[in-house]
Design a protein. Structure first.
Lengths: 482, 413, 151
């Protein structure tokens, strides 16, 4: 079946959504509420197109292709509609970018630039209004702001929220809702409670603006990195190599990343694969020594640990008694490595650069801090590091040995494969699962004693750490001629 | 009086709403009996189709068409009577319940049986607690007489009617928002298509009609669709309830033929303006209604789709020249600023910003920037919102700007 | 009669989602609002996430999610009342009581604009804690305020 888009013919399937066709064919279409396979809310009213035969603008995210359809994606009218709607969103945001964590990585900001939203006239300027009205304006804007700065992982402020509902639709625990009505709408937790979830980070990953961001004290970290008395150590999660390029375009492979880390002030850069190998060894040992009837759940996914603690407390003792790879490794660095190199462990500052957000919800004896790929990007931007001047460097090693085979465990299922390979003389019944939904199904079966396993490998992020909540998304930016 | 009509309001002075016997005494439930004893569901629908009865809630969709579409569907179906009635200045549906609840019930029963629904809902405005009581009693009485329940008139037809109260949200008058509300969700409009006739309540084919529309059904079944079609306007015949308000002598509810003019409504029924008042404009159909000037008073009011002055809910607000137009504009703006569901950007942000500008306009002359902003907001409300509420919120303010003279932005203080 | 508890209200309804709004209205009418604790009980009873209960509850005007012991003054600002001077009442109250319509700042008195109650012939309409006053003019307004607030 054929349809016409901007007077060009395209082969499509009947019922295919026009927005998907546009994306597939690389035809520029702006949108803020749709993302990937998430529910199409048709809320942002930016992906508007014209359909021949109708004088109405239609959202392409809800429009199904029909034979003979003729779509126009750019016109005077479409541009006007997009500009006004963007400006309505922008009027809450204008002037706030410089103090926003998502500055330069914000979809709204990019669209505002693309559509040249400079002259925002929905908010009166100073001098145009009386002081009483000015107070009213401030009150109206601030009365709509709800901040959550109490939880350890996710910083939320509706100051930057554009009510796109992506977080609502992606959240596997349905922790946030679309609350109140009209201009008073707040996307947030019920009763404005502090967020206390699995901290999978999917909301932060999908937020188009700075409404949900990674929580941290990056200035404090940077200060430590700059302190010459402190040995700053980076533990690099191999999973982040998949997405770091989305944050810092100049980083295309590991050696360049190492150069950037050095520029930020990290003196030693290790790969987490060492910790992963140790994790494999320790969990294999635990499995080998386990009693016949007992069950072991992997402990490497902190979000799974949290799920078990919150929803399945009776299964808590089944969680493997092994620290997460990052902490195992931090411990080695602060003990054996420190001793060998004659460094006072108190002067070692270890930061894990991770694909995971949930790890931040725990405190650790040796691991000092965790930053996500997005936060690494922010630190680089704040330092204004020029990519061209950054050298390519090899990483450091704790032991002169290749541990890269352990890296596979960033993908769901690989941990089980590697463990089974190591185990001798023992037949184990195992199960592999990811996502909250599927993990709950398995744990429910276990609770109801429908199923028994020796080993359960569960990951909360679909696909495992490779697709972790701390990974960076590609933020599309269309260059415009000024 | 010319164009006067008594279809829905017939015998209101003789009826005690809490006594089913009163309704039976004036021939009530005879249409239902006629249906059960003589007619097939398809014949009922044919009769309603013949009558050309258009929905009285505002959109004016032909009721017979809706019924026919759902009648063809298989499986569980629902019929919903929309009694949310939250358009400002409108209380016609409430008046029907207050005076003759059984007329409404008979209409609901006829429609439900015609489409093959065994369950009907009445979605009431949350504030209509007294009306809920009246209807609850009426349902009890009808059940005792076997007009409702398992064996209606000893036949195999069965129907139960459930009362469901809203909780204060204007948008729930929109059919898909109403369905969302009934399903336990936020009352946000759903994407159409699918239309409720295909996938409505709990995903089942559903007919939703305004209470006033339904109240016409017993008459049509009793007297035939052909007779109904002879009443009033050719393009959308029948009876219409109007609520007259503002500076007219006789305020309140009027039943008249469609095709009546505003002039007839105001001067024949309303007795003209209060003494000393000079007509400025009339607003037709609540806060979302258009404004009509003196020279437009002879336009015929009906549900013809081509009519540029939609009848809407049928409320008429007559405004004289002493009224502070800025108060009225603020009333409209503040209504939609509260009642937008908040889902789509232009409506949520647009109604909010518009309200701010009109607040400023009410206090003093506004800047050129504000005027341009207002134009942009009205444009996007008209062209890009998810549901019709956006358009509604722009209508009256747009008319005030374009029709009430260019002086609207010029303030003396 | 024994005090009505949330548990008792819940038992009057099947845990089907379509009973959510009636349940919330019921709780609201007994307790004046739906507290976080009660909302959690509702969520558990219906096996629905608390966020869903709250987003539904907070959508509707008649369901309150915050406890308030304030005297609530509501003025209808719909067109019929507006042309009869409703906004003058709002302004008068705002200045006299030093509060703003829609504000939560004053814990003792709240002023709200509300939509049409369908008593359009008798406007402007004003409600104080649900008690209805018709054809309110400025001098009557002060009598009403005195009645509720003392001098």
């Amino acid at each position: 079946m054929q349809i016409k888009i901007n007077n060009k013919k395209y082969e499509v399937t009947e019922g295919e959504i026009i927005l998907d066709i546009l994306n597939k064919e690389n035809i520029r279409i702006p949108t803020l509420c749709s993302y990937g396979k998430l529910k199409r809310e048709a809320a942002c009213r930016l992906c508007l197109v014209e359909v021949k035969g109708s004088n109405r603008l239609t959202t392409s995210c809800t429009l199904e292709a029909q034979a003979g359809m003729e779509i126009i994606t750019e016109s005077e009218k479409i541009r006007k509609a997009r500009s006004i709607n963007l400006e309505l969103l922008w009027s809450d945001h204008a002037g706030k970018c410089s103090h926003c964590k998502k500055n330069r990585q914000c979809e709204l900001q990019n669209l505002a630039e693309e559509y040249k939203i400079e002259n925002f006239h929905f908010i009166p300027r100073k001098g145009e209004i009386t002081s009483q009205e000015e107070l009213d304006l401030i009150r109206d804007d601030w009365s709509r702001i709800v901040v959550d700065d109490k939880n350890p992982v996710i910083a939320r402020t509706t100051e930057f929220c554009i009510e796109c509902r992506r977080c609502l639709n992606i959240c596997p625990g349905k922790m946030v809702g679309f609350n109140y009505r009209a201009g008073d709408v707040v996307i947030g937790t019920p009763y404005e409670k502090t967020l206390d979830c699995l901290f999978c980070g999917a909301c932060v990953k999908h937020c188009p603006t700075g409404a949900a961001t990674d929580k941290n004290n990056l200035e404090e970290i940077q200060k430590k990195l700059d302190d010459i008395n402190i040995l700053a150590v980076a533990i690099v999660d191999p999973a982040i190599l998949k997405s770091i390029n989305n944050e810092v375009v100049e980083i295309k492979e590991e050696k360049k990343l190492n150069g950037f880390l050095k520029e930020l002030g990290f003196e030693k850069i290790f790969s987490l694969n060492y910790g992963m190998e140790k994790y494999l060894q320790q969990i294999t040992e635990e499995l080998q020594n386990k009693k016949d009837k007992s069950m072991i759940i992997n402990s490497s996914c902190v979000a799974v640990n949290r799920l078990v603690e919150k929803r399945y407390p009776e299964l808590k003792k089944q969680l493997a008694k092994v620290d997460i790879p990052d902490e195992i490794m931090a411990k080695v660095i602060k003990t054996d490595y420190a001793k060998k190199n004659k460094i006072n462990p108190k002067n070692i500052f270890i930061v894990a650069i991770s694909s995971c957000t949930a790890k931040k919800s725990q405190s650790y004896k040796n691991l000092d801090n965790i930053i996500t790929v997005r936060e690494l990007g922010r630190m680089v931007r704040e330092r204004k590091i020029k990519g061209s001047s950054v050298k390519e460097l090899a990483k450091d090693e704790i032991e002169e040995k290749d541990f890269s085979s352990a890296e596979k465990i960033i993908k769901t299922g690989e941990l089980t494969k590697l463990v089974l390979k190591k185990i001798k003389n023992k037949k184990l019944k195992t199960v592999v699962t990811d996502s909250v939904q599927k993990t709950k199904e398995i744990l429910d079966d276990i609770r109801k004693r429908k199923e028994e396993y020796d080993f359960i490998e569960a990951m909360i992020c679909p696909g495992g750490c490779l697709n972790g909540g701390g990974q960076a998304r590609k933020i599309e930016k269309v260059k415009t001629n000024k | 009086m010319k164009n006067e009509l008594k279809i829905i309001t017939k015998d209101w002075d003789k009826l005690n709403p809490l006594r089913i016997e009163d309704y039976i005494a004036i021939g009530g439930y005879q249409s239902l009996e006629k249906f059960i004893s003589k007619l097939k569901p398809s014949e009922i629908i044919a009769e309603i189709k013949e009558s050309q009865l258009a929905g009285r809630g505002g959109a004016g969709f032909l009721m017979g068409e809706k019924l026919a579409q759902v009648a063809e569907e298989k499986g569980t179906k629902y019929f919903i009577c929309n009694l949310d009635e939250s358009e400002p200045g409108t209380y016609k549906d409430r008046a029907i319940v207050d005076h003759n609840p059984h007329l409404l019930l008979e209409g609901i029963i006829l429609c439900s049986l015609a489409i093959g629904a065994e369950k009907a809902f009445i979605y009431l405005n949350g504030r209509y607690e007294e009306q809920r009581e009246i209807l609850a009693q009426a349902i009890q009485q009808a059940r005792k007489k076997y007009f409702l329940g398992k064996n209606i008139f000893q036949s195999d037809y069965k129907l139960s009617i459930e009362l469901f109260s809203g909780a204060g949200a204007y948008i729930c008058g929109e059919e898909t928002a109403l369905i969302n509300s009934l399903e336990g969700n936020r009352g946000e409009p759903k994407l159409k298509p699918p239309y409720p006739v295909k996938a409505g309540l709990f995903g089942c084919p559903t007919v939703i009609n305004n209470a006033e529309t339904i109240a016409n059904i017993p008459w049509i079944i009793k007297n035939s669709g052909e007779k109904y079609k002879e009443i009033g306007s050719i393009s959308s015949p029948g009876s219409k309830l109007f609520i007259l308000g503002g500076v007219v002598k006789n305020k309140g509810l009027i039943e008249a033929q469609t095709g009546i003019t505003l002039r007839e409504l105001i001067y024949d029924f309303g007795g003209g303006l209060l003494s000393g008042k000079e007509f400025w404009f009339a607003q037709l159909g609540g806060s979302s209604g258009r404004l009509l000037l003196e020279d437009e008073l002879d336009i015929k009011l009906d549900f013809n789709k081509k009519n540029q002055y939609p009848l809407g809910s049928g409320s008429v607000l007559v405004v004289d020249k002493t009224v502070d137009i800025y108060d009225l504009m603020l009333s409209w703006a503040s209504f939609f600023r509260r009642e937008s569901c908040g889902k789509c950007v232009p409506c949520r942000e647009g109604t909010f910003r518009l309200w701010g500008i009109i607040k400023r306009l009410r206090d003093r002359e506004i800047s050129q920037r504000d005027k341009e902003a207002m134009e942009d907001i009205l444009w996007t409300l008209n062209n890009t919102t998810f549901c019709p509420l956006g358009k509604f919120s722009a209508t009256a303010i747009q008319d005030a700007i374009t029709k009430l003279g260019k002086d609207i932005f010029k303030k003396n203080n | 009669m024994l005090a009505k508890t949330v548990e008792k209200i819940l038992l009057e309804f099947n845990p089907q989602k379509r009973n959510l709004l009636p349940v919330l209205k019921n709780i609201n009418s007994v307790f004046g609002y739906v507290s976080a604790k009660d909302a959690q009980k509702v969520a558990d009873y219906f096996s629905l996430p608390l966020a869903l209960i709250f987003q539904t509850a907070s959508f509707y005007d008649e369901i309150k999610t915050k406890k308030s012991s304030a005297i609530v003054i509501q003025v209808c600002s719909s067109s019929n009342c507006a042309v009869n001077g409703a906004f003058n009442l709002v302004r008068e109250i705002e200045i006299f009581l030093k509060i703003k319509a829609g504000d939560d700042n004053n814990l003792k008195i709240k002023l709200e604009e509300i939509s049409c109650l369908g008593h359009c012939g008798e406007g402007p309409i004003m409600l104080v804690n649900g008690k209805k006053y018709e054809r309110v003019n400025v001098s009557e307004l002060y009598k009403i305020l005195e009645e509720w607030l003392g001098n």
